[in-house]
Write a protein that binds this ligand. Structure first.
Ligand code: LMR
Length: 395
């Protein structure tokens, strides 16, 4: 009897499993609001002009496909480090390793923390990106949650967040969303971040910041300012970044893990450990996406073009939110104006699992069972259908 016979059927992934089901759906008016992917006015995944130009430049060189170093393309590592931290920071104490998207960065970070702090618990927000809990659990941690979302007030339960963090043991790993909280779309204010940073320092908690949506919240610099607060406080922490969304490089798996250390010596030790983790998992990261990002960030004109395109996406999503609210109101449901207040790609709609299943079964509209809808996939062609369907399942 083969060992393989012991495998049990695992449930479909709560997010990517929706795409699988959507792809099989034969209805022509189906809409995938499950996964966080930005689609343009025509419902297509856009190839950003800056990305097109950078990839043409790279391909024109006619390079063969060699291995990258274990920790990734040096020019990419520097460029994304500067994007996340700015150029003023003491870079000798920051380690940046290229990773397989934001998820890959979280995973190598989780594996490293597990090696260093086997006894620590990991706290994720309640609710959080579905994969946070799964990923840290698979890395061997006990995962618990801190209070975050206030369903009645439609916003952040900030007193709850503070109370949870205050109650956490020193050394607890706290996973924080830098911006565009996934799934709720509610971020902390500037002042609230200051208080969280102070409390983390006071309680000696260990921050692991996840920044998958830089540029989709308040803007590129504003979103990155959260990270600067942790640096300014002198904290050591991990930061995962993704260029899937803000460069539209989803399939290239361009991400990075940054470790902000006490000093250069600690940074060197961290880097050696991260390299061992990468080497034993996938040896070294892919090159193409890294070259594209590095090319754009190193060229003033391309970088400006990219930032403009990103800003267009950010502003357009805000408009889509307003249009969705108007559409739902026109269909008779008047208490969902909060959708326009949320930020980033997602709206936490407040719809129940049963209503989400109805959206899927009766209308071909796919969102997560927890009620998350990707508003960044709306357009003139599907918005009325989505608004009417939401109103219908709420009726
Ligand atoms: C999402 O939350 O939809 C995205 O981060 C994509 C993913 O990997 O789940």
């Amino acid at each position: 009897m083969s060992l393989l016979q012991r495998a049990e059927l695992a449930p479909a992934d709560p997010i990517l499993g929706l795409t699988e089901a959507y792809n099989k759906d034969e209805r022509t008016d189906k809409v995938n609001l499950g996964v966080g992917v930005y689609l343009d006015e025509d419902g297509k995944l856009p190839l950003m002009a800056a990305v097109r130009e950078a990839q043409q430049r790279y391909l024109a060189k006619g390079l063969a496909h060699g291995y990258l170093p274990i920790d990734g393309l040096p020019a990419y590592r520097e460029a994304v480090r500067d994007l996340a931290f700015g150029t003023e920071v003491d870079s000798s104490r920051i380690v940046t390793v290229e990773a397989l998207g934001g998820t890959g960065a979280l995973r190598i970070g989780a594996d490293m923390l597990r090696q260093l702090a086997e006894e620590s618990t990991v706290l994720v927000s309640d609710p959080s990106w579905e994969n946070h809990r799964a990923l840290f659990t698979r890395a061997g941690f006990t995962v618990d949650s801190y209070r975050y979302y206030d369903q009645d007030a439609r916003g952040v339960d900030f007193d709850g967040t503070l109370a949870s963090l205050r109650a956490a043991e020193p050394g607890t790993v706290v996973v924080l969303h830098a911006c565009c909280h996934n799934p709720t779309g509610y971020d902390l204010t500037d002042e609230q971040w200051d208080r969280v940073v102070d409390l983390i320092a006071e309680r000696e908690l260990f921050p692991f910041i996840d920044m998958a949506y830089q540029g989709f919240g308040a803007g590129l610099e504003q979103d990155g300012a959260v990270v600067a607060k942790f640096v300014a406080k002198g904290l050591s922490f991990l930061l995962s970044t993704s260029y899937s969304k803000n460069f539209g490089l989803y399939g290239q798996r361009a991400g990075a893990l940054h470790a902000v250390c006490a000093d250069a010596d600690e940074a060197a030790r961290l880097l050696s450990q991260l390299k061992a983790i990468v080497r034993t998992n996938y040896s070294n990261p892919p090159a193409f996406g890294a070259h594209v990002v590095a090319t754009i960030l190193a060229d003033d004109a391309l970088r400006a073009q990219w930032a403009d395109e990103l800003e267009h996406m950010r502003v357009r999503i805000a408009t889509l939110r307003e249009q969705l609210v108007a559409g739902i109101e026109a269909a008779g449901v008047t208490d969902m104006g909060f959708i326009a207040q949320q930020r980033g790609m997602f709206s936490y709609s407040g719809l129940t699992t049963q209503q989400m299943v109805r959206l899927r079964d009766e209308y071909g509209i796919y969102g997560t069972n927890a009620g998350r809808l990707c508003v960044a996939a709306l357009n003139d062609g599907n918005l009325a259908h989505v608004a009417a369907a939401i109103a219908a399942v709420r009726a």
